[in-house]
Ligand binder design. Structure first.
Ligand SMILES: Cc1cc2nc3c(=O)[nH]c(=O)nc-3n(C[C@H](O)[C@H](O)[C@H](O)COP(=O)(O)OP(=O)(O)OC[C@H]3O[C@@H](n4cnc5c(N)ncnc54)[C@H](O)[C@@H]3O)c2cc1C
Length: 480
């Protein structure tokens, strides 16, 4: 029988009252812990050296900043976002003094450590973002157009970034996912997307593996050499007149109408505008902690493989691919026939930790097993190099670009969530337009001037991520 509050006996009422007080107290305590966590548990700032295969192709390091300077725009971070922002800002405003400040060398972060997939704007499972076909198509075309821009800018600079726009496949791990994928592709084609559904046999003929039940083909995507792309952005930003200082870690930012930045060596940079292009490292400077959490992703690359072995494997198309798991695996092949595989189980270190993890060996063993599962002929092949990198994961897996700060002079691009090789320079353009008050043209884009959903501070952050990872590991099909 239902009872209303008046009928509750006094002992139970007292219990409920105490429980309500305890509940409210717990919420208040949790909110208090959440608020003070960043103050009592400051995050450790580390810039581990990039030991990826791509890093061998990074350009030589520029000198550090040895004097105090006044600039129009200071860009913190020398990855794709920072370098392309600097390039486009100088293109928009050739008279502005623009300085990029990079803690180590350009490309030391995710830009020099990634899986080399050059993707159109995608969602992890299916290649749509907003769910509105017309808007998604516009976003798709914007990102395909950016790949054309990458080709044009690198050709103009005479720099070969090994860009191959040969499409990319999202392969389906189970027949159920293949079924969902097929009906998605039918809808997408009706809406005018150029995507194709590939059967198990077609995937097998293109990739030389029977590990998948089907695939979603996007002809607009492809692959490139990330280290060479960093070199290209660095070169064109400098040719456009941007100054780039390396070994110039920013340790403090005093925001204002004119910002004052302190570099680790004590030098200062005063700047009217600031671009935060620090990706997974942003929270270390007190920025965008609520927007992203850094998760470790692992990659391994083989030595150059004998062309006869490649022929035996049967990866004839050389199309890069990623699978349909939440903890996604992605594979590509370089010009000199190295096969690289990344992804699988990711890790989060308490308090947004960025130090290389001591337990990473088991992750490399896992991806090596997965490589052997996909291509049994590679089962005994050791990786030549392995590395990890931090992905700036947003809660909804979607990126954000915009302007913030009391004086509306702090610009950011964040939350690429493992899809930034192409998208970062779209954001570089947008940041430049926002910085020069030409931003209205981007108002149609749903990720402009937004912030991703709120991620709480520690210890809730760590707990939430562990629960989510555990959930996805159980849900993801095919665990090697
Ligand atoms: C393992 C891995 C695989 C990936 N695979 C793919 C893929 O296949 N396809 C894809 O599209 N995307 C992929 N991504 C994501 C993609 O690499 C990123 O989205 C992109 O490189 C982000 O570029 P960025 O310039 O924003 O950040 P970053 O390249 O991380 O650059 C940030 C820079 O800021 C510097 N910095 C930080 N703090 C300071 C400071 N205080 N002072 C000065 N400098 C500072 C850092 O040293 C770093 O160089 C992957 C990422 C990882 C880690």
């Amino acid at each position: 029988m239902a009872s209303d509050f008046r009928e509750v006996n006094p002992r139970r009422r007292t219990f409920l009252k105490k429980a309500a007080i305890a509940g409210a107290g717990t919420v208040a305590a949790a909110a208090g812990i959440n608020a003070i966590a960043p103050i009592v548990m400051p995050e450790e700032t580390v810039f581990e050296t990039n030991r990826s295969y791509w890093s061998k192709a990074l350009p030589p390091m520029n000198p550090a900043l040895e004097e105090n300077i006044d600039v129009d725009v200071a860009v913190i971070g020398g990855g794709f976002t920072g370098l392309s922002s600097a390039y486009y800002i100088r293109k928009n405003s050739p008279n502005k003094r623009v300085a990029v400040l990079e803690a180590k060398t350009c490309g030391n972060g995710a830009s020099g450590r990634n899986g080399a997939m050059m993707l159109t704007m995608t969602d992890d499972r299916f290649m749509m973002w907003s769910g509105e076909p017309e808007l998604d198509k516009r976003i798709y075309e914007l990102t395909v157009g950016n790949i054309a821009a990458l080709k044009e800018i690198s050709a103009g600079a005479g720099m070969d970034c090994e860009i191959e726009q040969i499409g990319a496949l999202q392969v389906c791990n189970t027949p159920e996912i293949a079924g969902e994928g097929k009906s998605y592709i039918e809808r997408a084609r009706e809406a005018g997307f150029p995507f194709e559904y590939w059967t198990k046999e077609q995937v097998s003929a293109a990739l030389g593996t029977d590990a998948y039940a089907g695939g979603l083909f996007d002809p607009g995507s492809g692959q490139l050499h990330p280290g060479k792309l960093v070199g290209m952005w660095k070169a064109v930003a400098q040719s456009a007149g941007a100054e780039i200082y390396e070994g110039a870690a920013v340790v403090h930012v005093e925001e204002g109408r004119v910002h004052s930045l302190t570099i680790a060596n004590g030098r200062t940079v005063r700047a009217k505008s600031l671009v935060i292009a620090t990706n997974a490292y942003s929270s270390k400077l007190g920025y965008l902690r609520r927007a992203v959490a850094p998760v470790f992703d692992y990659v391994g690359i083989t030595p150059p493989l004998d062309p006869r072995l490649i022929a035996e494997i049967g990866w004839k198309s050389r199309i890069p691919f990623n699978d349909s798991r939440t903890e996604v695996y992605y594979l590509g092949i370089t010009r000199d026939n190295r096969i690289h595989i990344g992804g699988g189980p990711v890790d989060y270190s308490f308090n947004d930790g960025l130090s290389d993890r001591t337990d990473s060996a088991r992750r490399y063993a896992t991806i090596q097993r997965e490589l052997g599962r996909i291509f049994p002929k590679l089962a005994g092949v050791d990786f030549e190099t392995t590395w990890s990198g931090s992905v700036d994961m947003s809660l909804d897996g979607s990126p954000a670009v915009g302007v913030m700060g009391r004086f509306k002079n702090v610009f950011y691009g964040i939350g690429f969530s493992g899809h930034g090789v192409n998208l970062t320079s779209v954001f570089g353009r947008i940041i430049a337009d926002l910085e020069t008050n030409r931003g209205e043209q981007w108002n149609w884009l749903p990720f402009v001037n937004r912030l991703p959903p709120y991620i709480p501070n520690e210890p809730f952050r760590w707990l939430g991520i562990q629960v989510a990872l555990d959930y996805y590991r159980r849900k993801d099909p095919v665990t090697p």
